[in-house]
Design a protein around this ligand. Structure first.
Ligand code: ADP
Length: 268
């Protein structure tokens, strides 16, 4: 709590009363702490690749590496770390645009099934490289009309599927489904991967939160994917939820409102 007070005085300047203002600053304090945590996280996440880049560059500049194979290995590491920084800055800029409502969602009616099919095609190879199969359970002929910014919703779906691939061991199974329920479209991505411990589940949509930082980094993750996905889905008046059992698997459920225009056309 923060307290402030002021005296009431009469005409002669004598104290005749006091006004005390007690303000609950829990919320404000919380926000300030979150902002400080965020800045600390950003700095740390940028510093890690920078340190690697710096030390490998210095070693190369010292001229101590004669073996051309080791030299190109070093250059590859530097290149990878620069890519990581790029991804991080890109994600941060997008989050900041979403926070400030500057990321204009260009929503148009589109068929969610077509979008899912295109997304699956894009990421199929990544799954195949891990000997995983993406099972499309939705009816490819169905039309699920949603008013959406196609690029952004594709980004969300690719993020969720790529998480399923990343956090599921080789040979795993990933089911992708979509259906209409009442006035919403429901998309589910289910994997039989490593899952998320119950105690961590509530924090999974927080910025930079990762169950296993080292593992996520090794997979090229920034820890911002789900936070961004949540903002995008909520910008579409939708919801994103996650169910998970450690060691068993994870199910991500996204809902988006069905396009009303379709209904109007049906009446016509
Ligand atoms: P990252 O870039 O680390 O993947 P995300 O924001 O996409 O960041 O996800 C945050 C964290 O949530 C991940 O680091 C991981 O610990 C956990 N997670 C997300 N999806 C899954 C999943 N399908 N299975 C297990 N853990 C997951």
């Amino acid at each position: 709590y923060s307290t402030r007070y002021d005296w009431f005085k009469d005409e002669d300047g004598n104290d005749v009363g006091i006004i005390i203002l007690i303000e609950d600053i829990t919320q404000r304090q919380k926000l300030e702490n979150m902002q400080m945590d965020f800045v600390a996280n950003v700095s740390h996440e940028l510093k890690t690749p920078l340190t690697t880049i710096k030390s490998y560059t210095e070693t190369l500049l010292d001229g101590g590496v004669d073996d051309p194979e080791i030299r190109s290995e070093f250059l590859e590491i530097i290149d990878n770390e620069a890519d990581r920084m790029n991804r991080l800055v890109k994600d941060l800029l997008q989050l900041s645009r979403l926070d400030n409502n500057q990321e204009i969602l260009n929503r148009k009616e589109g068929n969610l099934i077509s979008l899912l099919k295109a997304a699956v095609k894009k990421i199929e190879l990544t799954a195949k490289n891990k000997d995983q199969h993406l099972n499309c359970l939705f009816n490819p002929e169905e039309r699920i009309p949603v008013d959406m910014d196609k690029d952004r919703i594709e980004q969300v779906i690719l993020n969720v599927i790529s998480n399923a691939i990343k956090y599921t061991p080789e040979g795993g199974r990933i089911d992708i489904d979509a259906l209409k329920r009442d006035k919403t479209a429901v998309i589910t991505v289910t994997d039989n991967g490593i899952g998320i411990p119950e105690s961590e589940k509530s924090r999974i949509f927080e910025r930079f939160f990762r169950v296993d930082k080292a593992r996520s980094r090794a997979m090229g993750g920034t820890g911002l994917g789900l936070a961004i996905s949540k903002q995008i889905v909520e910008g579409h008046q939708g919801t994103i939820q996650l169910e998970s059992r450690e060691g068993r698997g994870t199910k991500v459920m996204i809902t988006l409102p069905l396009s009303l225009k379709k209904g109007i056309r049906n009446i016509e």
